[in-house]
Write a protein of this length. Structure first.
Lengths: 217, 217
DNA sequence: CACTCGATGTATCGGGCCGATACATCTGTA
DNA sequence: TACAGATGTATCGGCCCGATACATCGAGTG
């Protein structure tokens, strides 16, 4: 799942690990907690070994022509490869059960702007089905369990049920929107990204957050 | 975290793995998905090695006096030990950051009926603080990011923000209830468990779900 | 000017937990 | 009788996390 998220972020611009993690937090931080370095760096290594990303060796500040005086190790900038882009497309189109659970759905949803409408619908419906099942389970338990469990456990289940019902309604709305042709939400819509084309690879566009220092090349 | 959940369940009655998993799902299934056997059995092993639980070797059906004809391996019933009960009390009283994140909070909350009011309040407030931080983060991003991210990412963040706000309100309510002396929710309250005593070790009481076959002893 | 502090930055290690898988038993039911 | 589905125990590879270590850099502060 991390693979998809990282490839998706690097698809928009080359980046080093630290910055990558921050962008990741912005993108999928609404669903799952920020990913840890203990996951990030091994995953980068794996992606590199698979040939999906490469090190784009950062050009050190110009005055550093005398290379490693104090074992200088600068930032490592990663860059997606052509195979990586293919792999990302493949992951985007994937609609298994792992696309419906919490972390998987969050990542998929975060990249919905690059996903085909058809796939979007399939994922939204799969997620809905999953949350509905959870909701039904909680309803059963609550209906049957009032005399068996303590009030706190009951309250926890009630809260869980509420969250599930709410998410189903949210998904219904999204699905309806999707079917009616106007993909995202109507409130606060933003022009400038007119559509669903999946291969927009202009490198280094305006997405650079302020305070960063992207190098030339 | 699993340790606490398992000890808590076994505190109420001895049980074998399969059944344990089902009870676990009932107890904490509202927060986290059902725990897998790939976690359960190794954890049971670990708990046993630590001396917190023991195998209570199931008394096979009476007619089975000829033991292992076909390499018969019956169900393994686990039972909490005195040290295990101590350990459980210790875990109940623990209020670190790990009690505030999603899985940890869920487990703690599920056993609030066995937790001191003081600890309950500390955990609820810690959780609130954590969710508030998350909420603030999402608000900042949403306020600043409308021009930077696509509509889907925006929608995901809006949904996350909504969930966070809702949980904070829920926690406020619980905290207010807690402070005002009447611990759990007022709706659907159930007598029969009158209070907050932390050492109620009557083994095998009425908590046995129907359809199960608890053995004598 | 020296010092410190917090942000930036890369990386490893042990361990918890999961999904997939395997295999055996028991209980209906066609 | 045979088959399906629930019950039941168990392992294995692998993802991911928290803790930890270490190094650099800019901004204050005394």
């Amino acid at each position: 799942m991390l693979d998809m998220a990282i490839l998706g972020i690097l698809h928009e611009a080359p980046m080093h690990g630290y910055e990558l993690r921050k962008q990741l937090a912005l993108k999928i931080g609404a669903m799952r907690a920020a990913i840890s370095y203990g996951s990030l760096y091994p995953t980068l290594r794996r992606l590199q070994a698979s040939g999906w990303i490469t090190e784009a060796g950062e050009s050190l500040p110009d005055d550093e022509l005398v290379p490693p005086l104090t074992s200088r190790r600068g930032r490592v900038v990663y860059k997606i490869t052509a195979e990586g882009k293919e792999r990302f497309e493949e992951l985007l189109a994937q609609t298994g059960p792992e696309s419906y659970d919490d972390p998987g759905f969050g990542v998929h949803f975060a990249f919905f702007a690059r996903t085909d409408t058809e796939i979007r619908l399939r994922i939204l419906e799969g997620r809905r089905r999953k949350v509905e099942e959870r909701r039904e389970g909680l309803r059963d338990v609550l209906a049957r369990a009032a005399e068996r469990v303590d009030a706190y456990t009951l309250e926890l289940q009630r809260h869980g049920l509420d969250a599930a019902e709410r998410e189903v309604r949210w998904l219904e709305e999204l699905i309806a929107n999707e079917r009616s042709g106007r993909p995202p939400a109507q409130r606060a819509y933003q022009p400038g990204d007119p559509g669903t084309e999946t291969s927009a690879a202009q490198p280094g566009h305006e997405d650079d957050p302020p305070g960063q220092t992207p190098r030339r090349q």
